[in-house]
Design a protein. Sequence first.
Length: 90
Amino acid sequence: MKTVNELRNSMFKLREEVIGLIKIKDAFELVLTDDGDYVHTIDVTQMGSVNTTCGLPKSRGKFIAFPLGLNMNDMLSNPSVWVEYMNNFN
């Protein structure tokens, strides 16, 4: 069984791979790669399950990559940059 610290460290490693978000209806998915018209995503649900999607068409939602090649850890370390980024989805 994993400890809470091991799980937390795994989430930090995952966030290093996230390059942006895609909003589909009212839900967000974490984008791991951008392949032109498609993205590869991961979604961690409230119940803790992990869903992945390979080749999700960008046309299904609104995709915005993080600026300047930043990853999710970089974005979350600066709250004002995160708020500005999230406001782009409105």
